[in-house]
Write a protein that binds this ligand. Structure first.
Ligand code: FPP
Length: 241
C-alpha cells in the first residue's frame, strides 16, 4: 500500500452513517445495525494502527440524536459501555489514547464513569488517538467555547474590547489537543456535515462514499486515503504559492 507518512492525513473525522439502513436491508433491528457499526470501529482502529494514522474522530452520538426513540438511544449508550468494557485492555495494550468530545450534560453517571476511566487509563498512549464524539454538536461546542473565553477574560480582567484571536477560542474546543481535520469521511451516500467538527474541518478534504458504515473496512479506508493523496491542499492560497 505504501503511503508516505508525510502524506497521511494527521486527523481523520468520520461520520459513521448507515447503520439503520444496513440493518433494515437484512430484516434486523436498528440496534443490530449499531452493533455491527461498533465492529466497524474495531476494524478502523486496527487499520489505522497498521497504516500509521495518528488521530481519528468518530461521530458516535450527536446533540441532535436525542430526538431518536429512547430504545435506540439506550442501545447506542449500552453499546458504548460494552465497547469500553470488552475492548479497553486491547485498546490500551495497542497504545491507543481515548478522548471524548462533547457535552457531559445529559450523559448518565454510568456512561461518564466508563468514559473517564478509559480516558484516564489511556492518557499516556501515543500510537493513535481515538476521539469519541458523544453528545457532540459543533454549534454547542462553539457557544460553550465563546462562553469560556468570556469567563476567562472576566477572571483575568482582560478587556472585552480586545480582539478575539483563533487560539484564544481554540483552547476551549473539545479538540484542543488534536490537529485540524485533514480528511472528513461520510458513509452511506449522504453529503452533509451534520454539525460535526465545523471549525476543525474548515480546510478538510471531504470524502463521501455510498458504503454503509457497517460495511466500511480496511479497503474502504485505503480507498479514501488514495483519493486524499490526489488532492492538492491549498488552504486558500495558490497551488505553488
Ligand atoms: C448513523 O447511522 C449512526 C449513528 C447515529 C450512531 C453511530 C453509532 C455506532 C457506530 C455504534 C455505537 C458504538 C459505539 C462504540 C459508540 P443511522 O442509524 O443514522 O443510519 P441510517 O441513516 O441508515 O438510519
Amino acid at each position: 500500500m505504501g503511503f508516505l507518512k508525510s502524506n497521511l492525513p494527521k486527523h481523520i473525522a468520520v461520520i459513521m452513517d448507515g447503520n439503520g439502513r444496513w440493518a433494515t436491508a437484512r430484516g434486523k433491528s436498528r440496534s443490530e445495525g449499531h452493533r455491527e457499526g461498533a465492529q466497524a470501529i474495531d476494524r478502523l482502529m486496527d487499520a489505522s494502527l497498521e497504516l500509521g494514522l495518528q488521530n481519528i474522530s468518530l461521530y458516535a452520538f450527536s446533540t441532535e440524536n436525542w430526538k431518536r426513540p429512547i430504545t435506540e438511544i439506550r442501545s447506542i449508550f449500552n453499546l458504548l459501555i460494552e465497547f469500553i468494557e470488552t475492548r479497553l485492555d486491547t485498546i490500551h495494550a495497542r497504545g491507543i489514547r481515548i478522548h471524548h468530545s462533547g457535552s457531559r450534560k445529559r450523559l448518565t453517571r454510568g456512561v461518564l464513569d466508563k468514559i473517564d476511566f478509559a480516558i484516564d487509563k489511556t492518557k499516556k498512549n501515543k500510537n493513535l488517538t481515538v476521539n469519541f464524539c458523544l453528545n457532540y454538536g459543533s454549534r454547542d461546542e462553539l457557544l460553550r467555547a465563546a462562553q469560556e473565553v468570556f469567563l476567562e477574560r472576566k477572571r483575568s480582567k482582560v478587556s472585552f474590547e480586545k480582539p478575539l484571536k483563533e487560539k484564544e477560542l481554540e483552547k476551549f474546543l473539545y479538540t484542543s489537543t488534536l490537529p485540524p481535520v485533514d480528511l472528513l469521511i461520510r458513509t452511506a451516500g449522504e453529503q452533509r456535515l451534520s454539525n460535526f467538527l465545523l471549525w476543525q474541518s474548515a480546510y478538510a478534504e471531504l470524502y463521501f462514499t455510498d458504503t454503509l458504515w457497517p460495511d466500511f473496512d480496511k479497503n474502504s479506508l485505503v480507498d479514501s486515503l488514495k483519493w486524499y493523496e490526489t488532492r492538492t491542499r491549498k488552504f486558500g492560497g495558490l497551488e505553488n504559492g
